[in-house]
Write a protein that binds this ligand. Structure first.
Ligand code: FAD
Ligand code: NDP
Length: 457
């Protein structure tokens, strides 16, 4: 039998790669991991974590404003953008260190280098070549910007966390997770934000009521949404970036911006990895093609996370990592091997207000189940009876009439992600509307509305 340097070699130290390497090493495997940039990948360095920190920062603006209705008086503080950036950077550096420690503590050998695949069992780095029984590709994804006149003037989410100076006028292109979140966050931080989206509604794939509702709520907070529109050109002028926005009728509106953020999707990091040469097949999206065990066309090479372009979410990459480790090394004693299901994956969009969702949209549910009952509630939260904020909350349940199972649950409102996470457990367990109805609410909360909606619309 061939002797390998490692049992498992992981390329990419992001959400999926770190989890897989650490778990495999803890189970006694000899593990190596190559990371070309900062440990923790997209989520830790330029994704979930810094984004959520900035979202918290942005929420203070509302809190200061709303506190007046509760009797707080005095000048509202102003944002020190440089201090926010410094504090964020310090926290991210701390997290990078923790990830490094967790890996080395578990016995993983870290190589700080770009890695390429040479063949089914060999990886090459700057100075070294290693062999491994199994290789795991967890190289994530990168923002993509379409061809447009003036493309050289735009930034992507990767640059947004360290902008200098703070962009007083921000134009965001796209209508997905990143576009909506950054539009909300920078609006909260004090920028004048214009969001330009080619579609009729933002957040393709989400429930239609959610999509309309969030657009209205974002509009109320001051985000200027230009839907059914595209960018004709971007030019640098003395007054700022001059962006010509074209609507469906061909009318051009000129917008001046300090920063233009393109949030038009991400592509898998497969370039320069040597995949094709080694014989790893890519699918039509340019993502690594895997089977149900995350095995590529080369049986000793596996792939997980954003590089496979399925659901691009950190908890999904983590879940896939654990499935691969169980598959390779066997389950932890006394437990069943983990499996991964892409049904009822909950997700949140950290717009202001937040969106939380699990299960099917109304359109998807009707297509899949036929007869579906819809329960919907749209209300002003108790807090806003005094805060003066015009914000409203939306909650929606979709029930499959044949089985009474709740198959979709959607919320737009404060802490929607926190609230929906708990309901996702119930929905994974197959909770019916009767179970929801028999659950006692917690009063006074917004969340209790999910167990008190009685009449379908
Ligand atoms: P990554 O975390 O991207 O890690 C890949 C790593 O591989 C990188 O560190 C890269 O440097 C390294 N690498 C690439 N090629 C090589 C090579 N050849 N050699 C060595 N190293 C290499 N998800 C959520 O669930 N919640 C959120 O709130 C959320 N917010 C987000 C906000 C933004 C702005 C973005 C961009 C993404 C967000 N995501 C969020 C998505 C989430 O970050 C990703 O789904 C997740 O990071 C994917 O993990 P991964 O392990 O597949 O890849
Ligand atoms: P998304 O795929 O979510 O959205 C891309 C947006 O860009 C869509 O509105 C799309 O329009 C639009 N678009 C695509 N191509 C063009 C083009 N050529 N011209 C104009 N508009 C275009 O990608 P994001 O970049 O927002 O985020 C990538 C992924 O990262 C997300 O899908 C998500 O999985 C993950 N993420 C998760 C977060 C979370 O969990 N909170 C936060 C941030 C990211 P259309 O809808 O018409 O196709």
């Amino acid at each position: 039998m061939q002797n390998f340097d490692f049992d498992l070699f992981v390329i990419g130290g992001g959400s999926g790669g770190v989890r897989a390497a650490r778990m495999a090493a803890q189970r006694g495997a000899r593990v190596g991991l190559a990371e070309a940039a900062a440990m923790g990948g997209t989520c830790v360095n330029v994704g979930c974590i810094p984004k959520k920190l900035y979202s918290y920062a942005a929420h203070y603006a509302d809190a200061f404003e709303e506190s007046r209705g509760f009797g707080w008086v005095g000048e509202a503080p102003v944002l020190d953008w440089e201090m926010l950036k410094t504090n964020r950077a310090r926290e991210i550096t701390r997290l990078n260190g923790i990830y490094n420690q967790l890996l080395t503590g578990a016995g993983v050998k870290i190589i700080t280098s770009w890695a390429t695949l040479q063949d089914a069992h060999t990886v090459q780095m700057d100075q070294q070549i290693f062999t491994a029984k199994t290789i795991l590709i967890a190289t994530g994804g990168t923002p993509t910007v379409p061809a447009v006149t003036g493309r050289e003037h735009v930034v992507t989410s990767d640059q947004m966390f360290d902008l200098k100076p703070f962009p007083k006028r921000l134009l965001v292109v796209g209508g997905g997770y990143i576009a909506c979140e950054f539009a909300s966050i920078f609006n909260g931080l004090g920028a004048h934000v214009t969001l330009v989206h080619r579609g009729e509604k933002v957040l393709t794939g989400f429930d239609d009521d959610v999509r309309s509702f969030i657009a209205t709520e974002m509009g109320k907070t001051g985000v200027n949404l230009q839907l059914n529109s595209e960018i004709a050109s971007i030019a640098k002028t003395a007054a700022g970036l001059q962006v010509d926005v074209k609507d469906r009728s061909g009318n051009i509106t000129r917008v001046l911006a300090d920063t233009v953020l393109y949030a038009t999707g991400r592509v898998p990091n497969t370039n320069g990895l040597g995949l094709e040469t080694a014989g790893v097949v890519l699918n039509d999206k340019g993502a690594v093609q895997v089977n149900g065990h995350y095995q590529t066309s080369l049986p000793s090479v596996y792939a997980i996370g954003d590089v496979t372009a399925r659901l691009q979410l950190t908890p999904v990459a983590l879940g896939e990592a654990m499935v691969v480790v169980d598959h390779l090394l066997g389950a932890v004693t006394g437990r069943k091997p983990r499996s991964m299901s892409y049904d009822f994956v909950p997700t949140a969009v950290f717009t202001h207000p937040n969106i939380g969702t699990v299960g099917y949209s109304e359109a998807q549910a009707r297509q899949k189940f036929g007869k579906v009952s819809v329960f919907r509630s749209d209300f002003k939260a108790l807090k806003h009876t005094l805060s003066g904020s015009p914000e409203r909350t939306l909650m929606k349940l979709l029930v499959d009439d044949a089985t009474d199972r709740v198959v979709g649950l959607h919320m737009v409102g404060p802490d929607a992600g926190e609230i929906v996470q708990g309901f996702a457990v119930a929905m994974k367990a197959g909770a019916t509307k009767a179970v929801f109805d028999s659950t006692i609410g917690i009063h006074p909360t917004a969340a209790e509305e999910f167990v008190t909606m009685r009449e379908p619309v």
